[in-house]
Ligand binder design. Structure first.
Ligand code: NAD
Length: 439
């Protein structure tokens, strides 16, 4: 099939590359000329494991191309995906749909007489109706359908997720569109990935419900962690104890510094707004957002508490600043409010991240960017592990202790055993776990 992917960001680029790997002919369109020029030189603008090889292979085989000319690409396509950003609208937290509607207008102008337009961006209920209205205004007699096909991939494991999804949700009641979408996803269907056909509005709501539920799970275990600290229990064992229950499941039960990233913060807010607009308030999600917001600064207080509440004049080494490992994405990363709060408390900040340093330089001011974890720890009074990159799981603690100004580890991802760390002479502070007795 001939597919146009409008938007070559995390989702558009991964989806486009994977569709071409299935054997479809894909043109990824982006209005960012620099991004397209880089892609045409074989440079991948994001860090995503396996993506570089996947793109190179499919470009070489003539099935994947990158252009800025939307009209030319759309006019030759049977299916046009919209994968542009839907950030929070400034001021009110609704999803900002300006990119989606702008893309819809451009697509309408050159859509062939028979085509399927698919919204892959995360969009609030009813957006598909508006996209359809925009296209119909331009193409009065065309045979087209607008489908919702939300994307569930995770950054850092995006290709694996795209090629082996837990499910594919396709929101349309149009028979022709169903046939076309079945063909688009045929290789996955053969792999026995479940395909769920729903109404368009149901598909749109499913994506927000999924992300909000996962954000709720994280926030729930974070609050249990706070209680565990107070009552001398171990949140990791509680998580295992409840996660082994099939009705609950073990994923997204890792206590930490609060959720962040390119999706959960904006999607929980947008769902709250949709609920309020329809007089069906989502009070649980409202609470999740409020609890999670407070947690970021609370993590800075946790660091200060390791020093009796005062870190003025102390140097803090922050390890990991992307919102999770295996990505360079800094959007709404928990490290951002945490570092600001530590600076507000008077600490000097050193940072290191294996992949995110370029992004970090655009975000942080008045911090020292370091070469590696040891360079970061040198002269610091505490290491704070914010993102659980693999390379932070086996630090040479003996070496660390000799180069630091004070041996303190605040492990916001619980990657270390408190006993091991304490045995190496460190003061250890994790999340929701009892303090080791030895120190
Ligand atoms: P992104 O910001 O990385 O990429 C969006 C791209 O669209 C940008 O390159 C931008 O230049 C381009 N663009 C915007 N308007 C355009 C237009 N009119 N024509 C051509 N290109 C245009 O965003 P993303 O992270 O890929 O997210 C895209 C959507 O997918 C969002 O709705 C997001 O919520 C959703 N989503 C993201 C993820 C994720 O992990 N990032 C996962 C699932 C769903």
């Amino acid at each position: 099939m001939h597919i146009t992917m409008v938007g070559a960001g995390y989702v558009g680029l991964v989806s486009g590359a994977c569709f071409s790997d299935f054997g479809h002919y894909v043109v990824c369109v982006d209005k960012d000329e620099k991004k397209i020029a880089a892609l045409n030189k074989g440079e991948i603008p994001i860090h995503e494991p396996g993506l570089s090889d996947l793109v190179a292979r499919n470009v070489a085989q003539g099935r994947l191309a990158f252009v800025t000319d939307l009209k030319g690409a759309v006019s030759r396509s049977e299916v046009v995906f919209i994968a542009v950003g839907t950030p929070s609208r400034r001021g009110d937290g609704h999803a900002d749909l300006s990119h989606v509607y702008a893309a819809a207008r451009e697509i309408a102008a050159s859509l062939p007489e028979s085509a399927v337009v698919v919204t892959k961006s995360t969009v609030p209920v009813g957006t598909g109706d508006e996209v359809e209205r925009i296209i119909r205004e331009e193409k009065k007699d065309a045979k087209f359908a607008v489908v919702s096909n939300p994307e569930f991939l995770r950054e850092g494991a995006a290709i694996q997720d795209f090629k082996h999804p837990d499910r594919i949700v396709i929101g349309t009641e149009d028979a022709f569109a169903k046939e076309v979408m079945a063909e688009v996803y045929r290789p996955l269907h053969l792999n026995a990935s479940p395909i769920l056909y729903t109404s368009r509005r149901t598909a749109e709501l499913t994506k927000y419900a999924a992300n909000s539920f996962l954000a709720t799970k994280i926030t729930f275990i974070n609050e249990i962690a706070d209680l565990a600290e107070k009552v001398g229990a171990n949140v990791q064992e509680v998580a295992r104890g409840i996660g082994l229950d099939n009705r609950i499941g073990s994923k997204f039960l890792h206590a930490g510094p609060g959720f962040g990233g390119s999706c959960f913060p904006k999607d929980t807010l947008a769902l709250i707004k949709t609920g309020q607009d329809h007089e069906a308030p989502l009070r649980i999600v409202e609470t999740v957002v409020a609890v999670n917001d407070q947690r970021k600064r609370a993590m800075a207080r946790k660091v200060a508490n390791a020093f009796g509440g005062n870190i003025r004049g102390k140097t803090i080494a922050v390890l990991g600043i992307t919102f999770k490992p295996n990505t360079d994405d800094m959007r709404d990363a928990p490290s951002i409010p945490l570092i600001t709060a530590l600076q507000d408390l008077g600490a000097a900040i050193r940072v290191f991240d294996p992949i995110g340093m370029e992004q970090a330089k655009k975000v942080f001011e008045n911090v020292t960017f370091c070469r590696d974890a040891y360079d970061c720890a040198r002269g610091s009074h505490a290491i704070v592990i914010v993102t659980e990159w693999e390379q932070f799981r086996a630090l040479d603690l003996k070496k660390m202790a000799t180069i630091m100004a004070a041996p303190v580890i605040v492990d916001l991802r619980n990657v270390y055993s408190p006993e091991d760390v304490t045995r190496n002479g460190f003061h250890y502070c994790g999340v929701g776990r009892p303090k080791p007795l030895a120190y």
